[in-house]
Design a protein around this ligand. Structure first.
Ligand code: C2E
Ligand code: CA
Ligand code: CA
Length: 493
């Protein structure tokens, strides 16, 4: 077909129209796309902003977590007061060093150090001075040994040092002499000059003993050093072996006793002085060893040597007591060893038990002695405060036997003061003690504390006290510690 001029013009017109249309549409489309793009861009920016914020948030969280983990790790491995390794880290290191020694066939020495006269300083000048003293001793110990040697504080005034790669006794003797000399130098705190000494038990590794044995041997040598006049060091010797065998022997039997459920709780009634009725009991442990009842004095100190053992026994007692609360409507007092006031296991155990059982916390009293407070004042006071806040009651046990510092009464939230039998025994003889006790009871009332008089054995003793709702009696005059079934029968009578 031939193109006419008109056709050509029409064609051009149509093309122009199309192109105008196209332009029109593409602009609006383009605008739309732009709008969408803008919106997307804004959204993206918002998202990016959010991501940024979240990242910052996460980063601080991670940082905080890290700090917390670091802190927890420090608490878990290092002694809070002195910064030295704690018992946990010490035990870990000891087995590592033992393996290393076996591998290299190079012995090491373990030094068990106990301060002489620390308790006196602590009791005379207070725990704050005592704490500074421990810090000073820690620094001195650190400064006399090499960098690669480990210095640890096991608790109280007990320290250990592991001297690596030591092949000569004379080197150990040299370092031990230096330790004794440096510890005994005067320590000046706030213009007070205090003095302590160090008794050291040493065990040179013989490539045979296991970790428990190594510790026991250094420990026994330390006791020998104390016995032999303090301020000296003594190496473990085979003549001490016999002693080692008897203590380890008893310890193994105690561990088995726990597994075999040979421990039983006895309950000694606490009597109201006004109506002479049973208001509560104190839980007292006994060991049924091959049919014989072993008194607590014979085995509690051994349980306390292994903190996990005393914990296990006490936590079992607490759970058992909770179960018994529903059987008899009285209060129960449980003895808490000083060893349980050095970490938060007690608190965690109580929290677990609270989830497991529902019970009236007010009916549980925890008894602690002054001595248990003085050995570790800062931590012990924190733990006791929390236990009190949780709703349990606290009793100050054996009041009048130690130094009976008024500071404890002020610092700690005790509900009950238990006045020791020794104090009561003296009363009949000493007018002064009578006056003193009157004053103590008066002060306890002012501080809102109730009183339990312990070890009441005679009517005469009973008659010496005013009968009121604040004062209670506990002693053989009323009842010996009883088995639970007997207690139930007596109570219902
Ligand atoms: P404590 O806490 O002062 O307990 C009171 C002790 O005095 C008990 O001896 C009790 O039987 C005894 N007693 C009570 N009334 C009289 C009395 O009129 N005359 C005489 N002579 N003694 C009386 P027990 O049961 O032998 O306990 C001795 C110590 O062993 C307790 O002293 C306590 O420190 C510790 N203990 C006992 N049971 C436990 C326990 O379950 N856990 C812990 N951590 N320590 C315990
Ligand atoms: Ca007690
Ligand atoms: Ca007592």
């Amino acid at each position: 077909m031939q193109l006419t001029k008109k056709m050509l013009i029409d064609e051009i017109k149509a093309l122009k129209k199309a192109s105008a249309l196209h332009a029109k549409y593409s602009v609006s489309q383009y605008k739309n796309v732009l709008k969408t793009l803008d919106a997307l861009e804004a959204e993206k920016e918002l998202l990016e902003q959010k991501v940024k914020q979240r990242t910052i948030h996460l980063e601080t969280e991670i940082q905080e977590n890290k700090e917390l983990t670091n802190k927890l790790e420090k608490v878990a491995k290092y002694d809070q007061l002195t910064g030295l390794a704690n018992r946990y880290l010490f035990l870990n290191e000891l087995s590592i060093i033992q393996n290393e020694a076996n591998l290299l066939q190079k012995p090491f020495a373990l030094l068990f150090i106990d301060l002489d006269g620390f308790k006196l300083v602590n009791d005379t000048y207070g725990h704050e001075i005592g704490d500074v003293l421990l810090q000073t001793v820690a620094k001195r110990l650190r400064s006399v040994v090499r960098k690669e040697d480990m210095v640890a504080r096991l608790g109280g005034d007990e320290f250990t040092i592991i001297l690596r790669n030591i092949d000569q006794k004379s080197k150990v003797e040299f370092i031990s002499t230096k330790i004794i000399q440096s510890v005994k130098e005067v320590i000046s705190i706030e213009q007070i000059n205090v003095y302590v000494g160090a008794s050291i038990g040493i065990y040179l590794y013989d490539f045979e003993s296991d970790v428990q044995d190594i510790i026991a041997k250094a420990d026994i040598a330390m006791y020998e050093a104390k016995k032999g006049g303090k301020g000296q060091f003594i190496f473990f010797d085979s003549y001490m072996q016999e002693q080692l065998q008897t203590t380890t022997h008893i310890k193994t039997r105690i561990k088995n006793a726990l597994k075999r459920k040979e421990f039983v709780n006895y309950y000694q009634p606490v009597i109201g002085s006004n109506d002479l009725e049973i208001k509560g009991v104190e839980v007292l442990i006994r060991w049924k060893d091959q049919g014989k009842l072993v008194p607590p004095d014979k085995f509690i100190p051994l349980l306390e040597e292994d903190i996990s053992l005393i914990k296990e026994v006490t936590f079992w007692q607490i759970e058992d007591t909770i179960k018994k609360l529903s059987k008899i409507d009285i209060t129960f007092a449980i003895n808490i060893s000083a060893k349980l006031l050095s970490d938060n296991d007690l608190i965690q155990t109580l929290q677990k038990l609270e989830k497991k059982y529902s019970f009236d916390k007010k009916r549980i009293f925890f008894e602690v002695t002054e001595t248990s407070l003085s050995s570790n004042f800062l931590v012990a006071s924190k733990i006791l405060r929390i236990v009190k806040q949780m709703g349990y009651n606290l009793s100050l046990d054996d009041f009048g036997t130690g130094y009976s510092s008024l500071a404890y009464l002020r610092e700690f939230p005790f509900d009950v003061m238990k006045i020791d039998k020794k104090f009561l025994d003296n009363l009949e003889k000493s007018q002064k003690d009578q006056k003193l006790l009157e004053a103590i009871i008066y002060m306890a009332h002012l501080l809102d504390m109730r009183i339990i008089l312990e070890g009441v054995e005679t009517q005469k003793q009973v008659d010496m006290f005013e009968k009121n709702e604040f004062t209670k009696f506990q002693g053989f005059f009323f009842s010996k510690p009883l088995e639970f079934e007997t207690l139930l029968k007596n109570y219902k009578r």
